[in-house]
Design a binder for this molecule. Structure first.
Ligand SMILES: NC(=O)CCC(=O)C(=O)O
Length: 272
């Protein structure tokens, strides 16, 4: 499975519409990959929470419409990162009645929605997400095709940024059959050592591939950490970005995963 990770860099000065065009052009340039992954909240900005309500949109809003067209043009499965999702008219606004979520969207090579995932663990220590957004309730996996390379569909699990600190979510993704977990993020430079270590830990303990796509640049006073990485099921780092905007391209031996788990059958020793 050929995967591209687009570590988008941005600052406050770039209008959202311009960034959307720029990211769409990057996705179009990645034809030949099976799967392209973008970071968390790259359009509304990960830490610019005071502007989120204004930038919130539906799943068919401008960001996902542009990303669906880009996925179609490139012929790739696109994890389009996340948006601040606004509940559709008349839809359930969630337990706290806010009607806003941090929602990741997975699009097929025809631009159709394959899955959505509302971030379960809200980050912000009382500010930002816990104050403004609803918490997601569902563990989400999806079977994705491999449009570029031959092979069976691959079951991927979805998680977002701060979720990386909660291994129980990853166990549930494993138990739901995930072979690859996709983790878009807006993880700051201040704690980037946690980002890389936790991504590797989740891959090792669950014997899955972890595709962790972070943000670069500085916005809303926060320097983002970069260092996106793709980690294999034994913890080996298959590809790693630096601090700035960068695209990684890597081949995942998803068909070899069963062999890895058979040769080191640690998951058989779980005590449930
Ligand atoms: N956007 C986030 O979820 C940031 C998470 C973070 O900074 C941390 O866990 O540390």
């Amino acid at each position: 499975m050929r995967v591209a990770v687009v570590q988008v860099g941005y600052g406050d000065g770039e209008p959202v519409a311009e960034r959307t065009d720029r990211v769409a052009a990057m996705v179009r340039g990645l034809a030949g990959h099976d799967l392209v992954v973008l970071p968390e909240l790259w359009a509304p900005e990960g830490f610019a929470y005071r502007g989120w309500a204004e930038r919130a949109e539906g799943l068919d809003g401008p960001t996902m419409t542009a990303m669906a067209a880009a996925a179609r043009d490139a012929g790739v499965v696109l994890h389009a990162g996340s948006i601040i999702e606004r509940a559709a008219e008349g839809a359930d606004p969630g337990a706290q009645g806010r009607g806003l979520w941090n929602t990741s969207v997975l699009l097929g090579p025809d631009g159709a929605r394959l899955a959505t995932y509302r971030k379960v663990h809200r980050f912000g220590f009382g500010e930002g997400e816990p104050q403004l957004l609803e918490a997601g309730e569902d563990v989400v996996t999806a079977d994705v095709p491999r449009p570029a390379t031959a092979g069976d569909d691959v079951r991927v699990g979805l998680a977002t940024c701060y979720d990386l600190r909660f291994p129980e979510l990853f166990r549930r993704l494993l138990d739901a059959g995930a072979r690859v977990v996709l983790v878009p993020a807006a993880w700051p430079a201040a704690r980037v050592a946690h980002w890389t270590l936790l991504g590797q830990a989740r891959a090792i303990e669950d014997q899955v591939f972890v595709v962790a796509c972070n943000t670069a640049g500085t916005h809303a006073g926060h320097a983002m950490g970069g260092f996106s990485q793709v980690v294999g099921p034994t913890g080996e780092v298959l590809a790693e970005a630096g601090e700035g905007e960068q695209v990684l391209s890597v081949e995942l031996d998803v068909d070899g995963l069963d062999g890895v788990r058979q040769r080191f059958p640690v998951l058989d020793d779980r005590r449930l």
